[in-house]
Design a protein around this ligand. Sequence first.
Ligand code: GLN
Length: 472
Amino acid sequence: MTLASLRRQLVAGEITSAGILHHLSGEIAIRDGRTAAYLSHDLEGALAEAARVDLSLPLGGIPIAIKDNMNVLGQPCTCGSKVLSENYRSPYDATVIRKLRDAGAIPFGRMNQDEFAMGSSTENSALQATRNPHDPARIPGGSSGGSAAAVADGTAIAALGSDTGGSVRQPASHCGVVGLKPSYGRVSRYGLVAFASSLDQIGPLTQTVEDAALVLQAIAGFDPFDSTSLDVPVPDYLCSLHDGVKGLRLGVPKEYFGEGIDPGVRRNVEAAIQNLAGQGAEIVSISLPHAGHAVATYYVIAPAEASSNLSRFDGIRYGHRSGTSCDILDLYKKSREEGFGAEVKRRIILGTYVLSSGYYDAYYGRAQKVRTLIRRDFETAFRQVDAILSPVAPTPARKIGAFANDPLHEYLSDIFTLSANLAGIPGISVPCGVADFDGGIALPVGLHILGPHLGEARLLQIAQAVETRVGA
Ligand code: GLN
């Protein structure tokens, strides 16, 4: 039941949008107790929208699940946090939601996530722990874990996630679905609750590459409400989808194939690269000399921006308000102390520290300089190659709870994805096989494809070649 096939059946009159919604709602009732991907869903509201929907539009009648950090008018938007779970209702539609509606889609379902998108496992949600549909003892990845798990589990057709350092691509890889992080500025962030504003992007999680192209087509484009969105035309992402990889030059960075990669991940990624070579791509060994600094750079810049963005949750206008405070300062302190979880507090403390006077130049200023070097590495590489290939994550999905007391280890799991956000370039995760892991459980592995700024069409084209070959 891909988005594309459902669209054909809708247009042919074989099914109805209400029928799809009832089917999903039945699947959620049967399956979501196991995966816990949904925080909430409003069937009645969605059915009312389905009754009015224009089926001639590109996504006409298709329900799309939404990560719980994007505003949908009248719906909850908890960001996986106690801070917003008590009484916040969205007063407006995010631009991506308006664009989905303009394309005929119906936002349906609020998907679990790490609190304020900080994490790689969805274990940091203050509300519930989402499980990987391939093995419920394991994480779905994160932070868009609910979105990825639902698409993999058949309880959603397609979903939106947000990606600040890998949060669309990594859960897509762990759950065996397609996840695309567009270039910075390609998709409006207006109405996405900000984590790190210079890194955040919204992207689709789908069952197929074609579906990812369809959703990106709908949400991409300039938005006067987001000053960082780019006023450049959106290409047709579908017309080059099946052009193949013959003659393309694909770079394999030596820095991304060193130690610490699980053998099953390595085997599947290398096999996918060989497949692409077999389809006529030229594989080129390249170097990204500053790749080793990406984790440190990200974990200065992202917390710095987060500490600033999250200052609005003070219990006055937004968020949980402590009932026991005696004065205004005490109110701020207690509201934030009670509302935020441990990882969010860690980021706020880290971010405040690196921005404080005396440390600003040593940490934040230097991180910005290294960020420039990382971006230049990619600019240099893309003069030689059309795209870059790597694993998405060093290991398949790990067991729930395995890194409970080891945040640093957790941060290292983002080692291949963070650079794309630091450089502002697009990246896609496409399933490339399964690793037999820990007693023979088959766990999905994703191939990571990175492209130059605004090179989404090319990424989708290469990902389509991977999907076709894996499927064949
Ligand atoms: N795992 C990374 C972090 O915790 C990235 C999260 C994301 O992309 N939202 O910051």
